[in-house]
Design a protein around this ligand. Structure first.
Ligand code: ADP
Ligand code: ADP
Length: 231
């Protein structure tokens, strides 16, 4: 089943001569990890932001479960799509628990349910709730912040998770551990995941499918890691 369908998307930013994304069509299957890989500036982040409507396409359509995203109210889209980014985007003046509770609170869950959800997510990402609940982001290592970022993105139990270079700032040793950890989490939660990286090794390791972006915002290849490597 297709979760996200991009149909002939074009995006040009004001004042740019060249489009950031050009004639992009892509079907993202449900419950799989699709990795966007390619050099800097080839439209990966732009495509992510188009999917959750942080920006609008110049032309083309995006469907989530068959519904045009422009017909979905913003709050519904935010509930259904979680977003995790490289700098983690954690609120520095809020505790780990408050960071993770962001979306559940927005959804109006009661206090007991929010607390239970926060602890459940901390366990899921391998952080002991009693130890980490009350800490602030700056009291965590880079890898721990990243885990909290993932937990926060999963907060409202979204159907789709967009991850933009989530491990980009992590050193190679810890990065591999986080990749494995994340694959373990995914085997439990089975989300539809779009994962951006410029690291081909990471793409091969993480992806069920890889979309190889090339200059000019086009997808040159869209295939399994095995077939991409065979080329
Ligand atoms: P990637 O994620 O692959 O590095 P981006 O999607 O960030 O690529 O950028 C694609 C192109 O769009 C680049 O040429 C970039 O400079 C341009 N771009 C990205 N964001 C903006 C913006 N807000 N305004 C103008 N140009 C932008
Ligand atoms: P990494 O090598 O993964 O970046 P760090 O050296 O930053 O890890 O941190 C190592 C350990 O010290 C981690 O368990 C982290 O939680 C803890 N830690 C780091 N900074 C602080 C702090 N300011 N207060 C409390 N604990 C901290």
């Amino acid at each position: 089943r297709t979760a996200i369908r991009l149909d002939r998307i074009r995006k040009s930013y004001p004042g740019q001569t060249r489009a950031a994304v050009e004639d992009l069509s892509l079907e993202i299957p449900e419950g799989r990890i699709v990795v966007f890989v390619g050099p800097s500036g080839c439209g990966k982040t732009t495509t992510m932001k188009l999917i959750n409507r942080l920006i609008e396409p110049t032309s083309g359509r995006i469907h989530l479960d068959g519904t045009d995203v422009t017909e979905m109210p913003a709050h519904q889209l935010r509930r259904r799509i979680g977003y995790a980014i490289q700098q983690t985007g954690l609120f520095p003046h809020r505790t780990v628990a408050d960071n993770i509770a962001t979306v559940p609170k927005m959804l109006g869950w009661n206090k007991a349910r929010v607390t239970a959800r926060v602890d459940e997510l901390l366990q899921l990402v391998g952080l002991e709730p009693g130890t980490f609940r009350a800490r602030y982001p700056k009291q965590l290592s880079g890898g721990q912040q990243q885990r909290v970022g993932v937990a926060r993105a999963l907060g409202g139990d979204p159907q789709v998770l967009l991850m933009d270079e989530p491990f980009g700032a992590i050193d190679p040793l810890n990065r591999e551990a986080l990749q494995n950890e994340f694959l373990r989490i995914q085997s439990q939660v089975r989300k539809t995941i779009v994962f951006v990286t410029h690291d081909i090794d990471e793409a091969v390791r993480m992806g069920d499918r890889i979309a190889l972006f090339s200059q000019g915002g086009r997808v040159a290849q869209y295939d399994t890691p095995e077939n991409i490597l065979a080329e």
